[in-house]
Design a protein around this ligand. Structure first.
Ligand code: C2E
Ligand code: MG
Ligand code: MG
Ligand code: MG
Length: 274
């Protein structure tokens, strides 16, 4: 927001705003080189069932740049989306995840691995073709791969998202609707989309033990998902109390720091071997 400051009443950009856009530009300009220089890496965060057994992992991107240092995906993903660089990240991601899956599945064939897609990816039909080729190359059952798509990305282009999803599902992969409940969406779209899993956003989970309203709403979302035959995954579980409450609600899959933080592939492989 423009801020009038003393003599410079015509000032339109504050120094903070200029600094922010400079950083965004810096991030956008370094993404392609970052990928080439192997600065991007993946962490895998476990998902557990009601018996606390690991049933899946979510791949989460990390970026350690020479000049910018560690940049969080919460920062670089939106910049990549705005600057048209997200495709490059997604192509890298798909190659890396499917390659890593081979090692994960060699230890446990039942593990499901998920990766996050952005709105722009849903318009890219060659992405689906690539995924198919990579799964074949690494001899991976498509059932082991899940795509997480945020509610807002889905709703940005409903028609195209539906087409993309039906091609992904024809191939045998599954779809999770990520960050469910955070957008300004109506529930009616749930009757028109073909997803497998609802991922309830951390925002709801954060307060379930202190706010009865949050607990009630979360309970109802879980009941609704169960009634619709959708799997439910809750994210951001940080305490035993939350975990117990959510298990009581009938959640199938739980994810959060209480069960495990995002870890590099090697730690995941070691943990799975035990
Ligand atoms: P998301 O997909 O909703 O992922 C969950 C985020 O919450 C992750 O942050 C994860 O580390 C964090 N988290 C999980 N459990 C807990 C918990 O118990 N407590 C707290 N405080 N946090 C928890 P991260 O890795 O920083 O990722 C942020 C977002 O960036 C992701 O949200 C996802 O939307 C996006 N993202 C990450 N990697 C990728 C990627 O490869 N591609 C795309 N398109 N988006 C990505
Ligand atoms: Mg996700
Ligand atoms: Mg999420
Ligand atoms: Mg989230």
């Amino acid at each position: 927001q423009a801020k009038a400051s003393g003599r410079n009443t015509h000032l339109i950009f504050s120094p903070a705003m200029i600094e922010t856009s400079r950083r965004k530009l810096n991030i956008a300009n370094n993404i392609n080189d970052g990928i080439k220089e192997n600065e991007f890496s993946l962490r895998y965060q476990p998902k557990v069932n009601s018996l606390s057994e690991v049933v899946g992992y979510e791949a989460l991107a990390r970026w350690d740049n020479k000049k910018l240092g560690n940049v969080s995906p919460a920062e670089f993903i939106p910049v990549a989306e705005q600057s048209g660089k997200i495709s490059a990240i997604t192509y890298w991601l798909v190659h890396q995840v499917i390659q890593d899956m081979q090692q994960i599945l060699d230890i446990n064939r039942k593990i499901k691995v998920s990766l996050n897609l952005s709105a722009h990816d849903l318009k890219d039909t060659s992405l689906v073709t690539l995924v198919g080729k990579l799964l074949e190359k690494h001899n991976i059952n498509p059932m082991n791969l899940q795509f997480e798509i945020t509610e807002s990305a889905y709703l940005e282009n409903f028609e195209l998202a539906n087409q993309f999803i039906s091609r992904i599902k024809e191939m045998g992969c599954s779809i999770a609707l990520d960050d469910f409940g955070t957008g300004y969406s109506s529930l009616s779209y749930l009757t028109k989309i073909d997803i497998d899993t609802l991922k309830v956003d951390k925002q709801f989970i954060d307060n379930i033990c202190v706010s009865e309203r949050n607990a009630i709403i979360t309970n109802i979302i879980v009941d609704m998902a169960n009634a619709l035959n959708l799997e439910v995954c809750v994210e951001g579980v940080e305490t035993l109390e939350q975990s117990d409450l959510l298990a009581g609600f009938g959640c199938h899959t739980l994810q959060g720091y209480y069960f495990g933080k995002p870890e590099p592939l090697n730690s995941v492989l070691t943990a799975l071997q035990k």
